[in-house]
Every structure is written in structure tokens, then in C-alpha cells.
Design a protein around this ligand. Structure first.
Ligand SMILES: Nc1nc2c(ncn2[C@@H]2O[C@H](COP(=O)(O)OP(=O)(O)OP(=O)(O)O)[C@@H](O)[C@H]2O)c(=O)[nH]1
Ligand SMILES: [Mg+2]
Length: 301
């Protein structure tokens, strides 16, 4: 049994930074983790990559040799993920690492692989390649979950926030995977200048940064588990009356699914990464079978 998380989300939402922090966290706590790069446009990584799609194809080569633009080039590159070679290489590498861990009877034989995906939403909503890739992983006994990133700055504008919720919902429906939403860059929330000034205006006592953070988080909590009524009133306030019916339908859609909720991530805090990881572990049932395997193959038994 293998485990994988698929890191997806809009451009600049913090996917690569998360992967880097997660890698460091796992190194610190002695947990095995392997990064697989599926981004043909990636330039550099701050963590070691076990398998890299760029060894097969890179965006620069496609643009240069086929004369394609960056977006068409990306779609072309993504088609390569269907190539048996890459699939074989990815799964082959992972199986090898798994076997080494298994034979030396590590406690950490429970392996988790991160598949770091490109940002453009069209790549999983418009083409079936990612879904096929995930299906293949599942057939090879991988528990896979999607980890969708949304920048916390989106929360400052309810129209952006609702579009982020819709994109997340779309990924859920397209990929049909256990799904976790992350509200990234929460450190920026604590520093938000306008909220600081507003709160200070109410009472200078609130200047204390811990209190500020608490107030900010309280204000944010409504976005972590969005409620239809709150979303609707904010949308209606911001948009022209003719959009009233559309706003109602959108807010109800988020509410009906009751699946769009967010886990805050503040990368400055180790506990926050641990918290996110524990949700992911729970989602993919990480390690549930590992104890049994360790016992089965323990030479002292
Ligand atoms: N303050 C803060 N900045 C962050 C955080 N995570 C990412 N950033 C910044 O946000 C920018 C984008 O982060 P990336 O990790 O490259 O985002 P990405 O989703 O991988 O972006 P693409 O691969 O281009 O789609 C960078 O300038 C990061 O330094 C965070 O938790 N806090
Ligand atoms: Mg990136």
C-alpha cells in the first residue's frame, strides 16, 4: 500500500512553499517522504525530487521545438503523463523505495509520496489526463487524496473567495478523490494592516499582537466553514442587484455540498503543518496497515 497527496491550486497559492516546508517537517520528525514533480514548467526546487516529469519533457523544449505558446505547451506536456514510460518510472521508483524500507524493517515503511502538480486549473478541469493518472495510481494500490490550496488573501474579496470555492468544488467533482482544502499564507492574515488599524481604532488595548491574531482568526473562521447566509449577504452587498438570484444559487451550491471547508495553514508554525498533515493522514488512512506489516515481518516475532 502506498500513499499520495496531490497538491493542486491556483497559481501562486503557495503549493511549492508548502511542499518545501512539508519536506523539512518530515525530515525533522523522521518520516519518509518522496516528492514527484509533475510540473514541466518548474525551474528549481528547494527539496530533492525523486521523479521529475521534466526528464521526459520540459515546457521550454516544447515551446522551442513545436513553436507552441506557454499554455498550449503545458497541455501538450501534460499529455505525456499518459505515457506508459513516465507512469512506469514513477511507480517503479516508489516501489523500489518501498521495498528497501520494507526489508530493513523501518518503522517508517509507511510511505507518503507528494505529487506536486501544476497550478493551472484547466489542466484538471479540461483534460482527463490527471484523472487517468490518479486512477492508475489507485490501481497500483495507492491511497490518494487531493490537497487544494487557496491563498488567504482571497478572503478579503468575497467574489474571489467564491470563485476559489467553485474551483475547489470542480476539482472535487472531476477527480473524485478524498479532498482537503487549505487556506494558505495565514501569517499574512495576522499582519493585515487595515484590520490592525480598525481594531486599534476600537480600543488601543487591542494593539497586542496575540489579541489581533485572535480577532483576525475569528473574522476568518466564517470563511473556514462558509455559511450560505453570510456568503449571500456579502455577495449581495458587493454586486449589482441583478446578480441576486445567481448569488443565491452560488451560496446554496457551496452550502448543499457541505464539503467546502478550509484548514488554515501558517507555515511559520510547526504545529500548523503537523495539524494539516494529521488531516491528510486521516483522509488517506495513512499507516493504518503499517503496524500490522511491521509486526508481521519483525524478526523477533
Ligand atoms: N507570507 C507568505 N508567503 C508565502 C507563503 N507561501 C507562499 N508564499 C509566497 O507566495 C509566492 C508564491 O508561492 P509558491 O509556493 O511559489 O506558489 P505556487 O502555488 O507554487 O505557485 P506556481 O507554481 O507559480 O503556481 C512566493 O513568493 C512565496 O514566497 C506563506 O505561507 N506565507
Ligand atoms: Mg510552484
Amino acid at each position: 500500500m502506498g500513499y499520495a497527496q496531490l497538491v493542486i491550486g491556483p497559481a501562486g497559492s503557495g503549493k511549492s512553499t508548502y511542499c518545501s516546508s512539508l519536506y523539512q517537517h518530515c525530515e525533522t520528525v523522521g518520516r519518509t517522504i518522496h516528492m514527484v514533480n509533475l510540473d514541466p514548467a518548474a525551474e528549481h526546487f528547494s527539496y530533492p525530487v525523486s521523479t521529475d516529469i521534466r526528464e521526459l519533457i520540459s515546457l521550454d523544449d516544447v515551446m522551442e521545438e513545436l513553436g507552441m505558446g506557454p499554455n498550449g505547451g503545458l497541455i501538450y506536456c501534460m499529455d505525456c503523463m499518459e505515457y506508459p514510460l513516465f507512469l512506469k518510472k514513477t511507480i517503479g521508483t516508489l516501489k523500489t523505495i518501498w521495498m528497501i524500507g520494507w526489508m530493513s524493517n523501518w518503522r517508517v515503511i509507511w510511505m507518503m509520496t507528494i505529487l506536486c502538480l501544476i497550478a493551472q486549473i484547466e489542466l484538471f478541469t479540461h483534460v482527463p489526463v490527471l484523472r487517468n493518472f490518479v486512477e492508475h495510481l489507485k490501481r497500483k494500490n495507492f491511497n490518494v487524496c487531493a490537497v487544494y490550496f487557496l491563498d488567504s488573501q482571497f478572503v478579503s474579496d468575497v467574489t474571489k473567495y467564491i470563485s476559489g470555492c467553485m474551483a475547489s468544488l470542480s476539482a472535487m467533482i472531476q477527480l473524485e478523490l478524498p479532498h482537503i482544502n487549505i487556506l494558505s499564507k495565514m501569517d499574512l492574515v495576522a499582519n493585515k494592516k487595515d484590520v490592525e488599524e480598525y481594531v486599534y481604532f476600537i480600543s488601543p488595548l487591542f494593539k497586542d499582537s496575540t489579541i489581533l491574531l485572535c480577532i483576525n482568526l475569528l473574522m476568518f473562521s466564517r470563511y473556514l466553514n462558509p455559511e450560505a447566509q453570510v456568503l449571500l449577504s456579502q455577495l449581495n452587498r458587493q454586486m449589482a442587484p441583478k446578480f441576486g438570484k445567481l448569488n443565491k444559487s452560488l451560496a446554496e451550491l457551496v452550502d448543499d455540498y457541505s464539503m467546502v471547508n478550509f484548514i488554515p495553514l501558517d507555515l511559520r508554525k510547526e504545529s500548523s503543518i503537523q495539524y494539516v498533515l494529521s488531516h491528510i493522514d486521516n483522509c488517506i488512512q495513512y499507516g493504518e496497515d503499517a503496524d500490522v506489516k511491521v509486526r508481521d515481518f519483525d524478526p523477533e516475532d
